[in-house]
Design a protein around this ligand. Structure first.
Ligand code: PMP
Length: 399
């Protein structure tokens, strides 16, 4: 949309395709495989009412006041504890609290890129990152993945190809654990290699890890951050393990980035919501959070299994479904020549929705792929959703 009063940049912001499908998923009787929302019924929120009331009663003038630009005192240590639970080690002073990791992405985009600069990202990638990059006029160049995640050979090739055109990417953006939208995790042995390739090419890495705590079973892999904390900017979030409405996330930043990131955050929001930060701090401080998160992750695992086991036998020859071991998503590739956007019409007729794959690419590919989110519906509803999807596949094949 353009208007004489709007800037050139205004046209770069596009509506989120996930939100469009979300509207459909709100229709009565629809099984939604669309939104990547945590199921807050699994997250033990009962204590929060009391914690919020207590925080206001006992420390109202602090938690309802403007707060420190880098985040609430005590929350940095709590975040370090959350990271350590995944084996990621960071110093409290490296942590910048942000209003969701989405804001961290937005701030990093401002700090690392000029309009027309290039970012590398997995093919496909997080739709919200595409939105931020698009809004800032940053060009996304995709790097191929396979079942073990981002391919080091494809990364090398893409960097060389761009170098031949005189273009040096300003960063690699990656979601190494239980990737959104595919559910795939980057194999442990690829991790040092990817950091090394970027180090040699002088390309910082944005490691976006909102799902790493949500492993269905054992998931011990080193973070990219652990191989070079001066090259890798690590993003985490309370959204999937606690509550996204609080809008509390963080960046663990290399020393060279800390001050600019703090100033950019202060300029954008002055400080993140102090009351929300107090609740995030209390979530960690009260103990038991690991068990709560593990319990939720086990339930997400049951949901993934319910969807997979019902859907797999219904797939046409030539289709492929990823088998996630954590997080919220699996990714379906349809046979050659099929269209996921076309299938969505049949799916809506059958009262089930998903997000078509083209939304997750900057280059218009993904036509025969789509994302299935299993995080929000109970296992029986997911089985029903899979059966409906099976009928939609039959209907599509018959037309
Ligand atoms: N990165 C990824 C990969 C995500 O999936 C999401 C949420 N869907 C975010 C970042 C943003 O999360 P937050 O709520 O912390 O802003």
């Amino acid at each position: 949309m353009s208007h004489p009063f709007l800037s050139d940049a205004a046209v770069g912001f596009l509506p989120s395709p996930v939100r469009d499908v979300w509207e459909l998923s709100m229709q009565p009787g629809m099984v939604s495989l669309a939104g990547g929302n945590p199921d807050l019924r699994l997250n033990d929120l009962g204590w929060m009412e009391e914690a919020a009331a207590r925080a206001i009663a006992e420390r109202g003038p602090e938690v309802l006041q403007y707060g420190a630009g880098t985040g609430l005192a005590g929350l940095h240590e709590a975040i370090v504890e959350v990271m350590a639970a995944e084996g990621v080690h960071a110093a409290p002073e490296s942590i910048q609290v942000t209003a969701g990791s989405q804001l961290a992405l937005d701030l990093l985009t401002k700090l690392l890129f000029a309009r027309g600069d290039t970012v590398l990202a997995e093919a496909p990638t997080y739709v919200g990152a595409l939105g931020v990059f698009g809004g800032a006029g940053v060009v996304v160049e995709h790097v191929g993945m396979d079942d073990d995640g981002l391919r080091p050979d494809a990364l090398r090739e893409q960097i060389d190809r761009l170098a031949a055109l005189g273009r040096r990417p300003r960063a690699l953006y990656t979601v190494p654990n239980f990737h959104n939208p595919t559910g795939i995790s980057l194999a442990a042995e690829r991790r040092p290699e990817i950091v090394e390739i970027c180090r040699q090419a002088g390309i910082p890495i944005i490691e976006d890890n909102p799902y790493g705590q949500l492993a269905f079973g054992e998931h011990r892999v080193p973070s990219l951050h652990s191989f070079d904390p001066e090259l890798v900017i690590y993003l985490g979030s309370f959204s999937k393990i606690m509550a996204p409405g609080l809008r509390v996330g963080w960046a663990s930043a290399p020393a060279w980035l800390r001050r600019p990131l703090q100033l950019a955050s202060e300029s954008a929001v002055i400080c993140p919501s102090v009351l929300s930060q107090e609740l995030a701090r209390a979530f960690v401080a009260r103990g038991g959070w690991r068990e709560t998160v593990a319990g939720a992750a086990a339930e997400y695992g049951r949901r993934a299994e319910a969807l997979q086991s019902t859907l797999l036998p219904l797939l046409p020859a030539g289709a492929a479904l990823t088998a996630p071991r954590g997080g919220f998503f699996s990714w379906l590739t349809l046979p050659e020549g099929w269209s996921s956007a076309g299938l969505l019409d049949d799916a809506v007729d059958q009262r089930v929705v998903f997000v078509p794959g083209a939304s997750f690419y900057a280059d218009g590919s993904g036509e025969r792929q789509f994302r299935l989110a299993y995080s929000l519906e109970a296992p029986e509803r997911l089985e029903e959703g899979a059966l409906r999807l099976g009928r939609a596949l039959d209907a599509y094949a018959g037309t």
